[in-house]
Ligand binder design. Structure first.
Ligand code: SF4
Length: 459
């Protein structure tokens, strides 16, 4: 597609709108002017001209950009949606955090639903956002100095077919592990000064349980002083990961070090699917992981994905029902995201919006009926069907870390390779980020440098 715009700051966002649709114009140009509260957006799509005027009261530069972003995206969405006869579940919204936008509207004294309707978001999704805001009540806390600690374990037993994460099969990267663990220990030892009011600790992957017991204990031991120094009972999650790497010894270690939550992440309960996506485990392994975990009383999250290779709505519904039967406290329903590679992206035959939207609708129905409430959500680029990922929870079991991350209400002190630390200045409405190196060898070379830069970053 040949695309031009005279509004540079909108270039990527307008392209995001185009990407929502399976069909694309061959040529698209956009021109913008602003005059006394009137935003003029003109588009030429394959030779056809469309122009629009929208009004907005602008008080500052930030608001000016916000209005222009909103109007230009909405108008382009209208054109493409009418041209191709397709409506998207989230209309012209392309951002990854619809609930954050909803909070912003509410903070400014407006019902978020008005903006969402203007952006042509489906009514059921407006309802979903409303429910999430409701479930987050009492946990959502926007306060400078609140902090979450993230520890990155970028190792997995095998690489899943759909994965775009930097992780590699552990047999190929195990030789980095001793140095990597030393890097984590160094970073964690240097961290306490950067931690304000600690709300949660999250050891994420990858697959943290890809580590053996001794390796896992090194990580837990390095976190322990931070956990013990926290002023109150801090939520502590280890995203253990795939069911086939669960052992009683690893679970006992988590208990010993005060972990309160774990994740058993099968993605599907279908043995056929699991094989196709490159997993080594079976449905039976999932139940085994639950049995092993039972005596420790952890809050358990189960991850599922809608849209996995060759799955039908029936296969997916079967997985949701089986996940419910395990008694998991949290069930997170992801929709496959195709940023991972051109090959998958080109396999569009199973990417029909309605197909995935039906899976999502079924999961919402089953989980609501079984006492789960949606408690956080996010969207990703290239997500199959333009849907969303939603975390569901039984009453009082929501994960603080997930809420803080998605709503961007707390600092994130992130440790390890490919870890992005974040500072949130709620009063100023400012967020700054510091990313460590993604690949293991480069990270290992830069650990000392990262520690110093992060110290300054958090000062
Ligand atoms: S378990 Fe997760 S991080 Fe690991 S390869 Fe699979 S999708 Fe990627």
């Amino acid at each position: 597609m040949n695309f031009t715009t005279d509004c540079k700051f909108l270039e990527n966002e307008l392209l995001d709108v185009v990407r929502l649709f399976k069909r694309r114009p061959e040529t698209l140009s956009h021109a913008f002017t602003y005059e006394e509260g009137v935003f003029h957006n003109a588009f030429t799509v394959d030779g056809k001209v469309f122009s629009f005027e929208d009004r907005g009261q602008v008080r500052n530069e930030l608001e000016f950009k916000r209005f222009e972003r909103r109007f230009a995206k909405l108008r382009l969405y209208h054109i493409l949606s009418d041209t191709y006869g397709e409506e998207m579940p989230w209309g012209a919204l392309t951002g990854i955090r619809p609930t954050k936008l909803a909070y912003m509207e509410e903070e400014n004294g407006r019902d978020f639903a008005e903006l969402f309707r203007l952006m042509r978001v489906r009514e059921e999704n407006i309802g979903l956002v409303r429910q999430i805001l409701e479930t987050q009540r009492g946990i959502y806390e926007k306060r400078d100095g609140n902090t979450d600690l993230f520890v990155s374990i970028p190792f997995c037993p095998t690489k899943c077919a759909y994965c775009s994460f930097i992780t590699a099969p552990i047999e190929k990267t195990r030789h980095f592990l001793p140095a990597y663990l030393s890097g984590l220990e160094k970073e964690l030892a240097a961290s306490p000064e950067s931690i304000g009011n600690l709300r949660s600790i999250y050891v994420g992957g990858g697959t943290p349980f890809a580590l053996n017991e001794g390796e896992l204990e090194r990580v837990l031991k390095a976190i322990d002083p931070i956990f013990r120094n926290a002023n109150r009972a801090v939520e502590y999650t280890v995203e253990a990961g795939r069911p086939d790497v669960f052992t009683d010894e690893k679970l006992a270690l988590l208990k010993e070090y005060g972990v309160t939550r774990i994740c058993i992440n099968p993605q599907s309960f279908s043995d056929e699917t699991l094989q196709k996506i490159g997993r080594k485990h079976t449905e039976a392994d999932i139940y085994r992981a639950f049995e092993l975990s039972e005596k420790y009383g952890f809050i358990i999250n189960v991850d599922l994905i809608a849209g996995l290779t060759d799955e039908t709505p029936e296969t997916f519904v079967d997985s949701v029902e089986k996940a419910v039967k395990t008694g998991a406290d949290n069930i997170t329903v992801h929709c496959l995201s195709l940023k991972s590679g051109a090959k998958l992206k080109e396999e569009t035959d199973y990417l029909e919006n309605d197909f995935i939207s039906n899976m999502v609708a079924s999961s919402r129905e089953i989980l609501s009926k079984n006492g789960y409430a949606p408690y956080y959500m996010y969207r990703q680029k290239y997500q199959v069907g333009n849907n969303e990922n939603v975390g569901w929870t039984k009453p009082n079991k929501a994960c603080v870390y997930n809420i803080d991350i998605m709503e961007e209400t707390a600092d994130n002190l992130a440790v390890g390779a490919n870890a992005v630390s974040k500072r949130v200045f709620t009063e100023k409405g400012l967020i700054t980020r510091f990313a460590s190196q993604k690949d293991l060898p480069t990270y290992l070379v830069h650990v000392d440098d990262i520690i110093e830069k992060k110290r300054i970053f958090f000062e």
